[in-house]
Design a protein around this ligand. Structure first.
Ligand code: GDP
Length: 297
């Protein structure tokens, strides 16, 4: 995860740490390299600018430059700025504070990892939090999408709403809500349909489902490998529905980190989970401070 960004930054900071004393120019030179590293990592330009400006302002202060370990102090400042950019010290938890069944609506483009993430989060809620979970697929466009969720439900031991061929998404949503109530389900996970592009039909369908089920969480699933595109997709969705968070998938293959570093600052939406592989347990709650630690090695 973030290997190439980590290597680049590691090189910059090794140089800084290696020096006993630091001059303002040394810090400015290092920050120029940090800027290039972040741009190469596909971090959005305004985010890079803000990051570098903030770090530079703090790092060229006399209290830092005159300290015994100026290099380490600069790295600490960068670490703090990374945490802030990734979403802050506070981990964004799922909000399940509503009368059951609490609805979590999963949205996103086709292929982003939505169905996989639906099953992974359901499994987490069941196994780690002891919740009674039900999953329902509202994807009537992609053949076999409903069947895919059913199979994942069997693998993870999470109940799925029985499939009735020919039903429309809003009908399935209504039926899912009824079934969840009857069976005293704590959390109802709705896997909505994805499309290849953000389009009006996709948005209208999502809004109709949201109107029926009043989700407590609406999580957007995006592929971290698509970098700034992931952030653009998030902005489009955020303009249409009340997104409460982001699930960033394929972080296992993401050497650059541009989507993770831009998401919060550009969209204002917290990353709540990171997908880290194809297996059902390959998901992590997104902790900005841990991710910052990984980036800085
Ligand atoms: P959907 O169309 O958005 O529902 O996407 P799927 O959930 O079907 O996922 C598409 C592919 O991506 C599948 O092969 C998944 O196994 C894979 N996938 C999903 N999340 C991750 C992840 O975090 N890491 C990796 N390596 N693969 C993932």
């Amino acid at each position: 995860m973030f290997d190439s960004l980590s290597d680049r930054l590691g090189g910059v900071f090794d140089k800084l740490r290696g020096r006993g004393a630091l001059k303002e120019q040394d810090v400015r030179d290092a920050m120029r390299e940090v800027r290039i590293a972040l741009l190469e990592a596909d971090v959005a330009l305004p985010v890079v600018r803000r990051f570098v400006d903030q770090v530079t302002e703090k790092a060229v202060g006399q209290s830092v430059l005159r300290s015994v370990t100026p290099g380490q102090q600069v790295v600490k400042i960068v670490n703090d700025a990374l945490i802030e950019t990734l979403g802050g010290e506070q981990t964004a938890e799922l909000d399940l504070n509503a009368a059951p069944p609490v609805v979590i609506m999963m949205v996103g483009l086709q292929g982003s990892g939505k169905t996989t993430s639906t099953a992974k989060i359901s499994r987490l809620l069941k196994d780690k939090q002891g919740k009674k979970v039900m999953m329902a697929s509202l994807d009537v466009n992609r053949p076999a999408a409903q069947e895919q969720l059913r199979v994942l439900g069997e693998q993870t031991g999470v109940a799925t709403l029985p499939i009735i061929p020919g039903q429309q998404p809003t009908e399935i949503a209504t039926r899912a809500l009824q079934a969840a109530r009857l069976q005293a389900v704590d959390v109802l996970m709705l896997d909505t349909a994805g499309r290849l592009h953000v389009d009006a039909q996709l948005m209208n369908e999502m809004k109709a489902v949201a109107a029926i089920t009043t989700p407590r969480e609406t999580l957007l699933v995006v592929d971290s490998l698509t970098g700034q595109d992931a952030v653009n997709v998030a902005q489009s969705f955020a303009g249409e529905v009340d997104l409460t968070g982001v699930v960033l998938t394929r972080m296992d293959g993401d050497a650059r980190g541009g989507a993770a570093l831009s998401m919060r600052a550009v969209t204002g939406k917290p990353i709540k989970f990171a997908g880290t592989g194809e297996k059902m347990d390959a998901i992590e709650v997104f902790h900005p401070s841990r991710v910052a630690n990984r980036i800085l090695g």
